[in-house]
Design a protein around this ligand. Structure first.
Ligand code: OSB
Ligand code: MG
Length: 378
């Protein structure tokens, strides 16, 4: 159980700032990924660098998409919000907690605020050996179970080939994207034959009542449906349930704050927590404490993060004892070249703590992927 009073104590840690750097990067993906949201060939991301007065440096990744198709946030918007609003608000904050309080004035922009908090925390952790997670009071797992999230397939053959390719890797969960147009009978038949004990579907908020019959077919095949309805349209779940019984839901896009999680508790059987989507580390830890207390299964989700965001998400996942799998695959699943000096690897469906506890940014790789570099000096 997360020790929230110890976290509150950590918020009083003194901090300083001399500059915030914003690096927009473009990391080529190994393969095109298609979901109900759209297509993705390359991972555009924003790296936030926090430099304190003594020159200590930390990195935080802003993992929103380049377009406002997953949530309202998008990379170029994040740059603008940090430059015009967040940087002026936080530049004189004297403690970690004061940085969070100052940023709270900005409504929404969760991925963006999270990236600033991640960079600050990373700077403290590198400088002193202790960041927020080291104050959680939880003994971290020595290895984290991971699952794979697969895009929409264009044919049953393509699906069969992917299943054969990943079978020897022993992923602890198989997650398949679905959408209202995904009604290829052969694909659905093959999905129904998969013997994996933990199979889930992610609709990315794409289903409306016209497609309830198709949704019911997927629901019958898997353990749960992730974000079946558009964020905010939770009422559709009751409409759906009047026609179709037994419908375990995992929420993703709908949960953007601690208050959301508490308010929507009764509407989900499990929750995908993306530390970026919910606005940062502090909120994530409060959420994990709530989930533990209310027996709501929680796991850490991903947004195709580079090694910087991935390592940090894995460090958080290591605090969740009992989660069956997180959406945090090894670097090699996504990229030919990551931004770390050593890639994050997986053995038998697990990532070992040695791969994510102390990572180093490959400055040369990062520079070669940077398309825009802004320095905000105090
Ligand atoms: O809905 O979980 C999602 C990636 C980008 C945007 C939304 C989602 C995802 C994933 C990928 O499912 C999970 C991963 O990083 O492996
Ligand atoms: Mg999802």
């Amino acid at each position: 159980m997360i020790n929230l009073p110890a976290i509150d104590q950590f918020l009083t840690t003194p901090v300083s700032l001399s500059a915030v750097e914003l690096l927009t990067i473009e990391v080529p993906q190994k393969e095109v990924f298609v979901s109900a949201i759209g297509e993705r060939k390359s991972r555009q991301a924003l790296m936030v660098k926090w430099v304190d007065r003594e020159g200590a440096v930390g990195y935080g990744e802003c993992s929103c998409r380049p377009d406002p198709f997953y949530s309202h946030e998008f990379v170029a918007g994040a740059v603008r919000v940090i430059k015009e609003y967040i940087f002026p608000l936080v530049k004189n904050a004297a403690t970690y907690g004061a940085v969070l309080t100052a940023m709270a004035r900005v409504r929404g922009w969760y991925f963006t605020k999270a990236a600033v908090e991640f960079a600050l925390n990373d700077m403290l952790r590198r400088k002193t050996g202790y960041g927020m997670l080291e104050h959680s009071g939880v003994r971290p797992l020595t290895r984290v179970p991971v699952g794979i999230s697969m895009g929409l397939f264009t044919s049953a053959d393509e699906l069969a080939a992917k299943l054969a390719e990943i079978a020897p890797l022993n992923y602890q969960r198989l997650k398949f994207k679905i959408s209202p147009g995904y009604d290829d009978q052969e694909i659905i038949r093959q999905l129904g034959q998969i013997a994996h004990p933990y199979l889930t579907f992610d609709a990315n908020g794409s289903f409306t009542p016209e497609a309830f019959p198709l949704l019911a077919r997927f629901a019958a095949l898997g353990h749960s449906i992730e974000q079946p309805f558009p964020p905010g349209d939770i009422y559709l779940k009751e409409e759906y349930r009047q026609e179709y019984p037994g419908f375990p839901v995992c929420l993703d896009e709908d949960i953007v704050s601690y208050g959301n999680l508490v308010s929507l508790r009764a509407h989900m059987q499990e929750v995908n927590i993306k530390p970026g989507r919910v606005g940062g580390l502090h909120t994530t830890l409060r959420m994990l404490a709530f989930c533990h207390q209310h027996k709501l299964p929680a796991w850490i989700g991903g947004m195709f993060e580079t090694g910087v965001g991935r390592a940090q998400n894995l460090q958080i996942a290591a605090l969740i004892h009992g989660a069956k799998a997180h959406d945090l695959s090894p670097s090699g699943r996504y990229f030919t070249r990551d931004v770390l000096t050593a890639p994050i690897t997986m053995q038998e469906g697990y990532i070992a703590a040695a791969d994510f506890n102390r990572v180093t940014v490959d400055e040369e790789a990062l520079a070669s992927m940077t398309t825009e570099h802004i320095i905000l000096r105090k």
